[in-house]
Design a protein around this ligand. Structure first.
Ligand SMILES: [Zn+2]
Length: 481
């Protein structure tokens, strides 16, 4: 893809020059154990918000606000536990420029040395041989959050005008369900976020380890449960086996009808709702760097349902899937307990894609499952219901924001990025798109093997520094688009 290059070399050189400062900024952030799921560490999450305020202030941000979200709803141990604040700030307010909102989160997953970390998780370790920064939050999401600030510092030191107005929205509860964020986004859509024309989020990862990606889609998820109830209490199979209708037998029969062993969903009507694959979309899969071997390595087995890259990725990203997760109330321990469970609850979910309508999917699921149960002629009580749903998201990878990010990536990495989707969900993406009515771009900084939620989380220095250049370059190309 050819495009008119912007003269960004001085910016990139400045970012290289500031590398030691950027690494030290990340080191300070990692040292604050802002674990949102640990109530005893809540003061540290708040400390991290204040750390960001200090950084934003020194970089010349204006209208910096710490937005309180009130008391954390149950379940909590400390009934008066406050939610960590959302940090808002603006850089620039020039009506002739575009306004970009960047979202990130400053809380992290829990981490203990005893979990198997090679070094203290909250003390950044710079492996100078591999040039990798280890530490909790390095890639998820402190590195990317600071990346935006680093870009501003580089502009200030160069004396360059910033290409857009930047609005930041950093939350401290992302790893714990983003409590309070949806309401704040809705409330500020026409206030603090009034002029925002584009939302950009750097909080996901490359698909692999060598090629940058831009992410334009996420699957949604509808999660259901099937409840089968019979006897008043658990019974002994020596006494009741053969003379009573067993809930577990009914449930297993019904569950077995949902999906076949090749992964094909058996519920009629779902296939018809899937958006047709266009030639243009199909072509996007050609160049993506991925292989069956990579899937096998990630799964730790050779049990793939598809034998080629394109089918694997399409089934992960653009087709629905149905997974059976478990059975509550069933005997699941070791040994040979001769129990007849009185009440069992089967759990399954469907990953959804365009254009599956959630409410219509529910109706198809209920009808199919109720018909299946009816055909069993069982006297047991039966119910199927939705536990929760979250919608899918898909954007246009050919829009001006994605194209700007693609150009910046090519400037920095000398390669056209892969346009990817993800099989899971990032609910905030959809919230921003719907509440603000603008496009969202997912522009990841880290690699697929960064270990975001596991031990030895890391961010390669090259990803951190080139990531800053990409974020900066993106804002320039987008500002001119
Ligand atoms: Zn994250």
């Amino acid at each position: 893809m050819s495009y008119e290059k912007l003269p960004l070399e001085p910016l990139f050189a400045k970012i290289d020059e500031l590398k030691p400062q950027f690494i030290s900024r990340l080191e300070k952030a990692i040292a604050i154990p802002s674990v949102s799921s640990d109530e005893s560490l809540r003061p540290k999450v708040v400390e991290m918000a204040h750390f960001l305020v200090k950084e934003l202030t020194s970089l010349g941000f204006e209208d910096i606000q710490l937005r309180e979200l009130g008391i954390q709803p149950p379940p909590v141990i400390n009934k008066s536990l406050h939610l960590p604040p959302i940090v808002l700030g603006r850089y620039g307010n020039d009506s002739s420029k575009k306004t970009v909102l960047v979202y990130g989160h400053y809380d992290v997953q829990p981490a203990l040395l005893e979990d198997g970390w090679n070094t203290e998780p909250f003390k950044m370790h710079h492996d100078e041989v591999k040039d990798i920064l280890y530490g909790r939050g390095s890639t998820d999401d402190k590195g990317p959050v600071l990346g935006w600030l680093n870009v501003i510092q580089a502009h200030r030191e160069l004396g360059w005008e910033f290409p857009v107005n930047l609005v930041v929205c950093f939350e401290g509860m992302e790893e714990s369900g983003s409590l309070g964020l949806d309401a704040l986004v809705a409330q500020e859509a026409k206030q603090y976020f009034k002029n925002v024309e584009q939302v950009t989020i750097s909080d996901n990862y490359w698909l692999g380890t060598t090629k940058p990606v831009l992410t334009y889609g996420l699957r949604g998820c509808n999660y259901y449960q099937i409840i089968v109830e019979g006897p008043g209490a658990d019974l002994h199979s020596g006494i009741f086996g053969g003379i009573i209708a067993e809930p577990m037998t009914d449930l297993v029969k019904v569950l077995s009808t949902l999906v076949d062993s090749s992964g094909a969903i058996q519920i009629p009507g779902i296939k018809e709702m899937i958006a047709p694959l266009t030639e243009k979309e199909d072509k996007l899969y050609d160049d993506i760097e991925f292989s069956v071997e990579e899937l096998n390595a990630a799964a730790g087995s050779e049990t793939a349902l598809h034998d080629n890259k394109k089918d694997i990725l399409k089934h992960r990203w653009r087709y629905p899937s149905l997974s059976i997760h478990g059975i509550e109330g069933a005997f699941s321990g070791a040994g040979a307990k001769t129990v007849i469970p009185a009440k069992v609850i089967g759990k399954f979910s469907i990953r959804t894609v365009p254009n599956i309508e959630s409410a219509k999917l529910d109706q198809l699921v209920y009808k199919f499952i109720n018909d299946q149960f009816k055909s069993l002629n069982s006297p047991n009580k039966f119910k199927v219901e939705l536990i929760h749903d979250g919608a899918y998201w898909v954007s246009d990878p050919f829009n001006s924001s994605f194209q700007a990010a693609s150009k910046a990536t090519q400037d920095v990495w000398n390669v056209v990025p892969d346009f990817t989707r993800e099989g899971g969900s990032i609910p905030i993406t959809l919230t921003f798109e719907q509440e603000l009515g603008v496009d969202v771009l997912l522009l990841p900084m880290g690699r697929g093997d960064d270990g975001a939620h596991s031990i030895n989380e890391k961010l390669d220095v090259s990803n951190y520094i080139n990531g800053c250049k990409t974020l900066g370059g993106y804002l320039h190309y987008y500002g001119k688009s």
